[in-house]
Design a protein around this ligand. Structure first.
Ligand SMILES: [Zn+2]
Length: 375
């Protein structure tokens, strides 16, 4: 069974979307230029989609044509935030109830507000008309509820992960989520999740809630103190989502903390060091990231040290606390001031982890607890 996958979203719907966000884009241009410095200056429109069960009075804004009650009912049916369902509908059809997707391999086309394929509509449409907004929005609620049920065992008791996995199932199919036991490693799916979460918070949420993704580690931190990963640096930006246009979605969902050497500007900064014993597990050259895993007693956290100007470590190399990893820089896919973007991954994460795979922890409380918080 294929869902109303955004993969089938035609240029027409994209055009509609870009038209509808055009005004907002214009208004946020100034913010976008500021965002070129990424998080180094603690720009934070910190406001993310609410999580399941956390916000029963989830208020939604920006739903056109008096459809808010329909979207609220669908969200309730699915047990998902209203703003999230609104963001999905906007993404699918740009709120045009008559839109037709491109012709699919089987000759059919996705239809209406929620862009259901005829096959999926036969299951979730309850005999209604896919071009009728009432029927289409209600069917999306039923469909999301079904997907959520299917991925619930994988999400465990993590409500934020359940939201992400449900979106992943919508985009890539529940089979892919089951096969990968999490968000599948497809860039398109990861981008879809980011886009819907960002849209939910920036366009359809009335209240700026505390960031969804903020994860605190309540397990054992192991013995011993760490050292700050950028000696001499100062904390500039914390963990959590924001809603800036003009930056990639992964940067908007800020899944780390930023530490910067004062006065470094756009030049090379300070020396980045291992906060504790670790082994190098890989690199993300585009964003200047050195990826590592704790090497020593439990709990075996993972780490990412990003935007480095350069590094002098090799895969598999083991470092002790304070050993040099590389030089603070501003390497990345868009312009920014020099700073270290630092991430911590849960102990059960694979050796090589990148953002948006659901493994992030908020580094701040961990660094503080380990005596390694920058002054
Ligand atoms: Zn950062």
């Amino acid at each position: 069974m294929t869902g109303p996958s955004p993969r089938t979203l035609g240029a027409a719907a994209l055009l509609l979307l870009s038209l509808s966000v055009g005004l907002v884009m214009a208004m946020t241009m100034l913010v976008a230029t500021l965002a070129e410095e990424e998080d180094a200056n603690a720009i934070s429109a910190s406001c993310t989609v609410t999580t399941v069960g956390h916000d029963e009075q989830d208020e939604v804004a920006g739903v056109p044509n008096g459809w808010t009650p329909l979207v609220e009912a669908a969200a309730q049916e699915a047990g998902l935030p209203t703003s999230l369902v609104a963001a999905q509908l906007a993404q699918e059809s740009g709120w045009n109830p008559e839109v037709l997707g491109p012709v699919l391999e089987d000759g059919t086309r996705a239809q209406g507000l929620a862009q259901f394929t005829p096959g999926t509509w036969a299951t979730y449409g309850n005999g209604g008309d896919p071009f009728d907004p009432h029927a289409a929005i209600a069917a999306l609620g039923r469909y999301m509820a079904a997907l959520k049920n299917q991925v619930q065992p994988i999400a465990g008791n993590d409500p934020d992960e359940l939201v992400r996995l449900t979106l992943a199932a919508y985009n890539a199919g529940p089979g892919a989520v089951q096969q990968h036991h999490g968000v599948p490693p497809y860039p398109e799916t990861q981008q879809y999740i980011a886009k819907i979460l960002d849209g939910a918070q920036s366009t359809f949420s009335t209240d700026c809630e505390a960031p969804t993704g903020s994860r605190t580690w309540d397990g054992d931190l192991g013995d011993g103190q760490w050292t700050t990963p950028l000696p001499g640096g100062v904390f500039t930006s914390g963990y959590g989502g924001r809603a800036l246009t003009g930056v990639p979605s992964w940067a908007n969902q800020h899944v780390g903390v930023d530490i910067a050497t004062p006065g470094a500007g756009n030049g090379n900064g300070g020396v980045v060091v291992a906060p504790t014993s670790l082994r190098i597990t890989g690199f993300n050259a585009t964003d200047g990231c050195v990826i590592a895993k704790e090497n020593g007693p439990e709990p075996d956290f993972g780490f990412a040290f990003c935007h480095l100007h350069s590094w002098d470590v090799t895969k598999g190399q083991k470092l002790k606390r304070g050993d040099i990893i590389g030089i603070e820089g501003n390497r990345g896919r868009f312009g920014m001031a020099t700073h270290l973007h630092f991430e911590i991954y849960k102990p059960d994460a694979p050796d090589l982890v990148f953002p948006y795979q659901g493994h992030n922890l908020d580094p701040e409380p961990i660094l503080k607890e380990k005596g390694a918080w920058p002054r």
